[in-house]
Design a protein around this ligand. Structure first.
Ligand code: FAD
Ligand code: EPU
Length: 370
């Protein structure tokens, strides 16, 4: 092991400060990298080669169920660089270790539009493509140009453009066939200098109207998004959580129709022909609740509603629980373990399946030795 690595490699590290669920699991080894070259010595080391390894960003979408018996590689690669620009747009290359919301603020300060609806999402830029982060009518893929990533077997850097990433709703190729195979080092985004404002999602327009804002700027949109988020999402610094624990299920129109006969109050949002991203795309029609589906299109059902109907909203058992303002958010009230939270998640899945015949798929990455 070379001396640089020796100095950055820590042993028996508590992961509590490294995950927003605040789970007190222990990692056998932890190494932080601040430059892609740092990975060379890590990949040559015995902790990397003799043990499992896991790339971590801000830890805001992971649940550590057990102690981690290997090497956690914490990504801190910095930097926001303009690589091209003209009067219409700017292309920026962002280090994977840049805190996502710091990037959003940086773009707002420069008057570059595109990320304002994605304000206040926790975590780092390098993780944003993994699940194609989305909120308030925008998904990352809309701004995405490419990413650089190091293959964790060959050590080679490869570039992925948008089509190679196979983005979907809370999905990308890095969650399926390439899961765990790469460490993302840089993300390149294209932002507008004459931003198109998008306030069609949910109550964004209503909040802006209540503030008397008719022609919102990107800063207004960001402020409104922050206000909505603060009103319903728990602050992970106070209450451990990882945002939505499950993805919203997407059903065929026919399945939705059948279920709606049994459960007339079940909300649903019609996905138009523009594909699986449309419910996060800000298309007004795709966000309208459907009174009737045409039986052909797909329908997104809010997982929060299903969970609330099963009686979990606001429940607490020991230090595990479901947030009182949002049923899709599992919380750690203090000393919950990953195993306890996973047990609660499984109970919720079973109850929702029993009541509604719908399987909930976790959005959160469950890191377990099993
Ligand atoms: P981590 O949790 O550290 O990692 C997530 C996954 O990505 C892991 O599998 C990890 O191995 C992998 N990974 C991380 N970095 C890299 C890298 N550089 N290279 C390769 N793999 C990597 N998400 C949304 O989409 N929309 C929301 O509105 C939203 N709201 C949230 C609100 C709260 C309060 C919280 C706690 C979470 C929310 N999330 C939301 C989820 C989360 O913030 C995002 O998924 C975020 O992108 C995760 O970033 P992270 O750096 O914390 O990733
Ligand atoms: N609802 C309930 N009970 C609740 C909360 C919500 O029934 O306790 C119902 C309401 O009908 C509401 C609907 O659920 O209209 C949708 O709720 P919300 O607008 O809060 O959005 P969501 O579908 O729960 C999604 C993302 C969030 C993202 C918001 C805003 C997923 C899994 N979650 O939540 O992302 O911030 O939309 O765009 O798609 C995350 O991924 O971690 C995350 C927080």
């Amino acid at each position: 092991m070379n001396s640089t690595l020796k100095s950055t490699l820590q042993k028996q590290v508590s992961l509590k400060p490294f995950n927003t669920f605040q789970i007190d699991a222990t990692a056998e080894y932890l190494a932080e990298i601040s430059h892609p070259d740092d990975l060379t010595s890590i990949m040559a080391s015995s902790p990397f080669n003799r043990h499992p390894h896991y790339v971590l960003g801000g830890g805001s979408n992971v649940l550590f169920v057990d102690d981690f018996p290997g090497l956690i590689i914490k990504n801190n690669i910095p930097g926001i660089t303009v690589v091209a620009e003209n009067t219409q747009y700017v292309i920026i290359r962002v280090g994977a270790g840049v805190v996502w919301d710091e990037l959003v603020k940086h773009t707002l300060n420069h008057g570059w539009g595109g990320l304002e609806n994605l304000s206040m999402i926790p975590g780092l830029t390098g993780a944003a493509p993994i699940q194609n982060i989305g909120a308030y009518g925008v998904e990352l893929e809309k701004l995405f140009v490419s990413l650089d990533a190091i293959h964790l077997k060959t050590g080679k850097t490869e570039s992925f453009d948008r089509s190679m990433c196979k983005f979907g709703y809370r999905d990308s190729i890095f969650k399926s066939s390439l899961k765990g195979k790469y460490l993302i080092t840089y993300v390149t985004l294209k932002l507008g200098k004459k931003p198109a404002i998008n306030v069609e999602y949910g109550n964004l327009k209503k909040v802006l109207k209540s503030e008397g804002i008719k022609n919102p700027t990107i800063r207004d949109v960001s402020r409104a998004v922050r206000r909505i988020r603060k009103s319903k999402l728990p602050d992970p610094l106070i209450t451990g959580n990882a945002g939505s624990f499950f993805k919203n299920p997407v059903l065929s129109g026919t399945t939705y129709e059948i279920l709606k006969m049994k459960h007339p109050q079940m909300p649903g949002y019609f996905l138009d022909s523009s594909g699986p991203h449309s419910f996060e795309s800000g298309n007004t029609t795709s966000e309208q609740p459907v009174a009737e589906s045409d039986g052909r299109g797909r329908v997104k059902v809010p997982a929060a509603w299903l969970i609330e109907q099963c009686g979990f909203k606001g429940m607490r058992e020991g230090d595990t629980g479901v947030h009182e303002k949002h049923a899709l958010i599992l919380v750690n009230h203090g000393a919950a373990t990953g195993t306890q939270l996973l047990k609660l998640a499984r109970t919720i899945q079973e109850e929702v399946l029993d009541h509604f015949e719908i399987s909930l798929e976790p959005e959160v990455h469950i890191v377990s030795n099993l």
